[in-house]
Unconditional design. Structure first.
Length: 332
């Protein structure tokens, strides 16, 4: 082997070592920084909406919580007396009031019945929409959207007229049908019939959201799946229970939570149809109770405390519902 060949042999490994790519840490570091920057990109797009929501939600909730810890009545509003910090005194007074607990129980039961009824009617009509022809489907959709678009105070006034004891057409039809006990019958006099009347109105103006949302979800289910279940001899109820409902579970979660929030804080229907809470305040719910305390009695701190309690109850119910779904293996 010549000297030149030996020198080339000695330089070969050195050159190959020098020509190898360096460690990937610098490039990896640049990639990591880019990934971190990319993770913040969605939040940058959401920032304007979050700022608006913060102004519309966070600050009012902060003020609500702050007033609930103060002595804040008409005297403090008018400037006649200074505002003083009361700590949990307002909550102690509220929790020591037996009427408050009666209202809480009535609100929870009424909201639960409203949610179940709204979901049942909305889902049943959504399935019906998939079974009828185009013209009946269009008519039902327009009627439902008309009920949904009607303001709550307008719908409540119409329902009060329909069930009016003297001029209401519902009582007249019942009497013509042979039910003699409905002459001049007042639906708002009895506590349970008044709650039932409000329930009908709440379901009437709430089911269209459930119906339209669930109908859109049903149309997204592949038709082959439903046809296969029908060919296997499954009934309509079994197809809904074993095929549609599991595939629609994310949509049902959304409409259930929305219904819980809407029905728990019902105010207009109760206030208009029972004239501010019914005879001897027998149809009081938490939203109306808070209004009576804050504005009718000028006890704004107690009204704020009721609002905080309502917020906490809604959060607790929603979190428990989501936790139960997570335990069943649902991805939320």
């Amino acid at each position: 082997m010549s000297a030149g060949t030996a020198q080339h042999a000695r330089q070969g490994p050195a050159k190959s070592r020098r020509s190898r790519p360096g460690p990937a840490s610098p490039a990896g570091g640049r990639a990591g920084k880019g990934t971190r920057r990319g993770a913040w990109t969605p939040w940058l797009y959401l920032a304007p909406a979050l700022v608006v929501l913060g102004g519309l939600l966070v600050y009012p909730i902060y003020q609500l919580g702050l007033i609930s810890f103060l002595e804040y009545t008409q005297a403090q509003v008018s400037g006649g007396e200074p505002t003083t910090f009361q700590g949990f005194a307002n909550y102690a007074e509220l929790f020591g009031d037996g009427e408050f607990w009666n209202v809480v129980v009535a609100t929870l039961l009424f909201a639960a019945v409203c949610v179940v009824s709204t979901l049942a009617v909305g889902c049943a009509l959504a399935v019906l929409l998939t079974r009828v022809r185009a013209i009946p489907r269009l008519a039902l959709m327009l009627a439902a959207l008309g009920a949904w678009a009607t303001p709550a105070i307008t719908g409540s006034t119409v329902w009060v007229f329909l069930f009016d004891p003297d001029f209401g057409p519902v009582n007249k039809v019942l009497v013509w049908s042979g039910l003699s006990g409905f002459e001049n019958y007042s639906w708002t006099y009895d506590r349970y019939s008044a709650f039932a009347l409000v329930l009908f109105e709440v379901v009437w103006c709430s089911f269209p959201f459930v119906m339209v949302t669930v109908y859109a979800g049903i149309k997204a289910i592949p038709s082959e799946v439903l046809e296969a279940a029908a060919l296997d001899g499954a009934s309509t109820w079994r197809i809904w229970r074993t095929v549609m409902a599991p595939m629609l579970r994310p949509i049902l979660v959304v409409v259930t939570i929305q219904s819980i929030i809407w029905d728990f804080k019902v105010f207009t229907q109760i206030y208009v149809m029972t004239d501010g809470g019914g005879i001897a305040r027998q149809n009081m719910v938490l939203n109306v109770y808070a209004y009576q305390k804050a504005f009718a009695s000028s006890q704004y701190s107690l009204g704020s405390a009721i609002g905080v309690v309502m917020l906490l109850i809604l959060l607790a119910v929603t979190l428990v519902y989501l936790r139960l779904l997570r335990r069943q293996g649902e991805e939320l």
